[in-house]
Ligand binder design. Structure first.
Ligand SMILES: O=P(O)(O)OC[C@H]1O[C@](O)(CO)[C@@H](O)[C@@H]1O
Length: 553
């Protein structure tokens, strides 16, 4: 497809979105009693209902034409073929290989022209992870003082924390084999809050870092290693360590025994790495079988993504809905609302997955994108979200599209609570759609006996505009298998958006400058450090922090 075809396809989206009724969702329901059946799809174990968006048959067709013009599916195939789709870093992108059997034949191409059998290293690492996990659980591997391990602390940040934390929280139950703890923040208050809950004799420390150079992770790793050494001695502490990394030299230099290092390859991006060795905390805390099922769930979503027709392809459709909202309707934020408390870290995971991937302003060839890219992603589990930011979604000036994740069957016996939860999730989506007009509000106030002056005064405040879009993902149950599907669905959505916008969704240059500047500011915060050249605000704040610290000293 030529750039002209792409521009024409984008132009079609713009013109459909410019129609005066483009955002009128209620009218679409009124005109079409079959709207739900027309605009929901089932893929694997996930039902996706996008009937509560303003997408019509015309819009859907234009969006699918856009996907074709932007060559989303050929780009998908290039990713699966191990091409260097992360072009700015010259890397293949093969998180799909992490959950595929070796027979799937994933091959990673490298910038030097060599080709790697991706499945081989995946198979080897998974086997090592399984042996280690099982040996820890049976007590064949014990701590320095002969006690079994009860707690696993994952020390990592970004993709080396958010994915495992999210999945671990979703799958862990009181019957699970080990208790997981996560140490991410450079702020040692994080460690101070965790430390009293840990017994050094029974704690296994995982240093999770793709690069093994991330400042926060290495600072925390030194702190926790120091704590273990004080309690168990230097050699004893080594028996409590493992590393999850691509940087084997650095893990050795840190003192992690080589049989405790679980590697992965550079074709695994940090925010896509929970399926790799980075997921070891999930296996240890929730059990090997749970981790395996998580991978299997992701694999079935991969197969769906790789084979389903565009019109039935859940990740592509989810991406196209976002493109409609962002590029058609100009909506620049997006809420994620899982109505399942086990998914409470899912929005945090998606914040990184989506915003680190899609927060880009130039195309793969370095030209300005020329249109909006990744929206701001935020979220909270329902019903907590309702008592937090939902006010803005209902009555704020700009619509914020939302994804509701509902789970039909819980894993607890409190059926009443679950009905309450689901009724709220459904009601929020319904309220966003239907709103509440002035007649309805006035009638209700009059029925409640409010004086006419009061009705008039409060009416504008109590009206809900409605026509606010949402998409609902409905799962029968949440377990490792369906969670794997859900996470992979969003990973592939991100890929499709990257392909539509022609950006590199797999690099993250935007995080570099802050890291470098922190490196120069660090010595300047020391009492005797000299302050270098900064803007006046930064200089003023550094001076003031030093003054405040001097007063305390
Ligand atoms: O696993 P590492 O190398 O410590 O990196 C942690 C995180 O830092 C980033 O590179 C930038 O924030 C993320 O992409 C990554 O997930």
């Amino acid at each position: 497809m030529t750039p002209d075809a792409r521009n024409a396809a984008w132009g079609k989206i713009t013109s459909l979105a410019a129609r005066p009724d483009a955002g009128a969702i209620r009218a679409l329901f009124a005109a079409d009693p079959k709207r739900f059946s027309r605009f929901h799809r089932q893929g694997c174990d996930i039902l996706m209902d996008f009937s509560k968006t303003s997408i019509t048959e015309d819009v859907l067709k234009a969006l699918l034409d856009l996907a074709e013009a932007c060559q989303v599916m050929p780009k998908r195939d290039a990713m699966a073929a191990g091409e260097l789709v992360n072009c700015t870093e010259g890397r293949a992108v093969l998180h799909m290989a992490l959950r595929a059997p070796r027979s799937a034949g994933f091959k990673a191409k490298h910038a030097d022209g060599s080709v790697e059998d991706a499945g081989a290293s995946v198979e080897e690492t998974l086997a090592a992870m399984e042996r280690f996990t099982r040996a820890i659980h049976t007590g064949d591997i014990r701590g320095a003082t002969g006690e079994t391990f009860t707690d696993v602390i994952n020390i990592g940040i970004g993709g080396s924390d958010l994915g495992p934390f999210m999945a671990g929280r979703a799958l862990w139950t009181v019957r699970s084999p080990m208790r997981p703890l996560f140490l991410a923040n450079a702020d040692a208050h994080n460690w101070e809050a965790i430390r009293p809950r840990l017994n050094p004799h029974r704690t296994l420390m995982l240093v999770a870092s793709k690069t093994f150079t991330t400042a926060e992770t290495m600072a925390n790793a030194h702190v926790v290693r120091g704590w273990l050494e004080r309690n168990l001695g230097e050699m004893g502490a080594r028996r409590h360590m493992a590393a999850l990394s691509t940087n084997l030299e650095a893990t050795a230099a840190f003192g992690v025994p080589s049989d405790r290092v679980f590697g992965f390859r550079d074709w695994v991006g940090g925010r896509f790495s929970l399926w790799s060795a980075i997921g070891l905390s999930i296996a240890l805390s929730c059990g090997w079988n749970a981790f395996r099922q998580l991978l299997d769930g992701a694999r079935v979503m991969d197969e769906h993504f790789l084979s389903a027709a565009p019109d039935r392809n859940l990740p592509l459709l989810l991406a196209l809905i976002t493109a409609w909202h962002v590029n058609g309707l100009g909506l620049k934020a997006h809420a994620v609302l899982p109505y399942d408390h086990r998914l409470s870290r899912f929005p945090a995971h998606l914040q990184q997955l989506e915003m680190e991937s899609l927060g880009k302003r130039v195309t793969v060839s370095g030209e300005p994108v020329g249109r909006e890219t990744g929206p701001v992603i935020f979220g909270e589990p329902g019903t907590n979200a309702q008592h937090s930011f939902m006010q803005l979604l209902h009555q704020g000036t700009t619509p914020v599209p939302a994804d509701f994740v509902l789970v039909a069957n819980p894993d607890h016996p409190y059926a009443e609570n679950h009905r309450l939860l689901l009724s709220n999730g459904l009601a929020q989506a319904e309220a966003l759609l239907r709103g509440r007009g002035p007649e309805e509000v006035a009638a209700e106030m009059r029925r409640a006996g409010k004086p006419e002056a009061e009705v008039e005064r409060l009416l504008p405040h109590r009206v809900f505009p409605g026509d606010r879009p949402s998409t609902t993902l409905l799962l029968d149950r949440l377990d490792a298998f369906t969670l794997g599907q859900l996470i992979a669905l969003y990973e592939h959505k991100v890929f499709c958006l990257g392909a539509l916008w022609d950006i590199d969704a797999f690099d993250q240059w935007g995080v570099e400058l802050g890291k470098q500047l922190a490196g120069s500011i660090l010595p300047e915060l020391a009492p005797a450090g000299s302050i270098g050249e900064h803007d006046a605000s930064t200089t003023g704040l550094i001076s003031r922090i030093r003054e405040l610290q001097a007063l305390k000293a």
